[in-house]
Design a protein around this ligand. Sequence first.
Ligand code: NCD
Ligand code: ZN
Length: 359
Amino acid sequence: MTSLTISTPCDWHVHLRQGETLKTVAPETARLFGMCMVMPNTTPPVRDIDSLFAYGRECGNALRQTPLRAVFAIRLDDRTTPELVTECKKLDWAVAFKLYPDGVTTNSHGTGLTTDVLWNALTDRRSRLYEVLVAMAECRMVLSIHAEAAGLPYLQSELAFLPWIANVMEKFPKLRVVIEHISTVEAARMIRADTTGRLAATVTAHHLLLSCDDVFGKPDHYCKPVCNTNEHRSAIRELVFSGCENVFFGSDSAPHPRSRKTPSCCAAGVFSAPVATETIVGQFVEVGETARLNDFLSRNGCRFYGVQPPTGSVTFIDQPFRIVEASTHPDGFASFLSGQKITWRAADRPASQWHREIE
Ligand code: NCD
Ligand code: ZN
């Protein structure tokens, strides 16, 4: 095969950041994607109507010259109200509330969503979070979850969070839930076993490619949840490549300046926007499942969120290029797979500043 055309892809989990970083990385996502869901862990976080509109405007400005449509997740925290949920539901570009257990990842401090608060909300009908979950279930606002229990060894933290998800789905029978960037056999099994149609998962390119052995000593590969052992990676691959309608792509592209990706100071996050789609295409070609690419990259997420998929298509050609570290400045961003040769490139699309021709 030397060329392959797919429907315009969607990225259901991306960190576009703010300010100059936003201006640098937004074109990378806009290069290939027709739709993306932008995460709210900014500084300050997107957690009310004012911050949502301000961030929506900032992203809108950065994306003005591009065909990318951005929809947003709002941070769920201990101050979120049911009224905010219903207000946001009226906006067709606010499509999910994102739950970060307090402190488990970059900019997730101060959500107040401790293990106690989360479990209490399942039984205490007077708790704020219980009321918010009722409102979300009623108006079909999606609950997007960073599924890691705080205070546990990293490789066990996702598994430890899954019982809360099973319980919340049972307590709130209309609630729609996405487990973000799954990293374990158990999460993959839970998605496969779901019979309600209300449970979905996003999968990143790096969780398909890396195991924990690739993370040790490599700050650029460090993200939360950490890529787990090969047994877990295989289960996620199996879930994705065998086709499962509630599994879709979320790059979790999360740039951090190089000065914050050193062994002595290592922020969690893999900056994958320059190479994520190319990597996914390459992986599907390798396993001979290209017929499933459109579902994973475009249709499944739009169906789950109830949004119109983007129009158009992207053609990939078998013409290798290399990923480079675009800038040597300490505050530049190193792309996922820097230095590596990538087989599939998008034809007739703007070039990425992280791509170089092979000499
Ligand atoms: C993300 C970031 O840097 O914003 N980091 C990460 O490791 N994935 C936050 C997140 O999605 O956990
Ligand atoms: Zn993320």
